[in-house]
Write a protein that binds this ligand. Sequence first.
Ligand code: HEM
Length: 406
Amino acid sequence: MTAPVPLSGPRFQTEPAQLYREMRRDHGAVTPVVLDGDIPAWLVLGYRELHQVTGDPVLFSRDSDLWSQWDRIPDDWPLLPMIGRKQPSILYTVGERHRERAAMISNALEAVDPSELRGYAEKFADELIDAICAKGETDIFADYAMLLPVRVLARLYGFSDEQGPGLVTALNDMIDGRERAIAGQTHLATSMFRLLADRKAEPADDVVSRMLADESGFSDEEIAQDLMVMMAAGHQPTADWIGNSLRLMLTDDRFAASLFGGRNSVADAMNEVLWEDTPTQNVAGRWASRDTQLGGRRIRAGDLLLLGLQGANSDPQVRTDGSALTGGNSAHFSFGHGEHRCPFPAQEVAEVIARTGIEVVLDRLPDIDLAVPAESLTRRPSPWLRGLTELPVRFSPTPALGGASL
Ligand code: HEM
């Protein structure tokens, strides 16, 4: 019996595809892993097995109280913010109340006017390019991709344009997890509660007002928690989707044509990234509500199962001919599956922000090229979200367009 695999280390950064292949070879579709502090869990890498787990929210629950390991988890466990004790957000809500909550969020996002969304994305993307276009070189990940999604989301949710830059800094500080993280989180939470109070007094045509108008009786505290999830879960994966797609287009000859005019392959690159280099590699998690079998493994009540989205996307059982599954095929697991998947309207919002963001780069900086050798590009050290540390590019300097406003 091979020892469980530590869910950490540089190989998640440097060669994840090879690592998932080895895990599958040595352990099968449901791999035993250990988290920080020697905490055991299962990583579900099989496409069919992941379908089973995400499709049965009663047997494989989102209720973290079920976890058998809580007495071994210290208060300062580094994974607590992600695997967390039950927080009052949608993420850890189950059953009928979860369905009502997901409907509240979906309805509020679904009412976003697509052309207005596209307009905001273009406006903020143009502003960000204005700040860099005269320089002839930049880190297009840090100075662009990491600044765009949160600006657009903040505007959709109901924040004013003046609040935008402060929210961008606060959210990125929080995600960064270093000394400014708590201050960032506090700024975000305070801003959320202020916005809720403002919209209660005077509703407007925005996501927050629609969530407040929902009739399922969610408290301000619950709505604020969900807004935090919608900000954080929305921003970073969308920023990484932009970064990973631009990297692919700048390093792979198959996409060179679209850098010089053609647009079709922006969508192709974005879809290929979701299959091969997805922003959410592994997601925590589900807890077994009773003893069961999965992929030939005996799972005990209270066990933690991690969703191996990238592993399942590359499962040879479904990828017998890799090329047939990319192109327009979107049967990947990159947005999850089942009741707790990323809400469909959220997926659409993310897609518009990412596609518009990439198109604006190609329109405004048409001769953009990598400023470093492709092999020197590195990823952030994480088994969870997969994104670049930086994406240095150069281009012919061009003048700014100036403040076109909506
Ligand atoms: C506008 C952008 C986005 C918003 C507002 C958003 C929002 C959300 C929310 C609220 C959930 C929780 C659903 C629930 O528990 O019922 C969720 C789940 C999820 N999101 Fe998104 N999201 C966005 C973009 C993305 C992107 C770009 C990706 C990856 C490419 C992604 C991947 C996921 C995944 C994998 C889950 C499911 C986790 C699970 O099954 O436990 N999301 N998202």
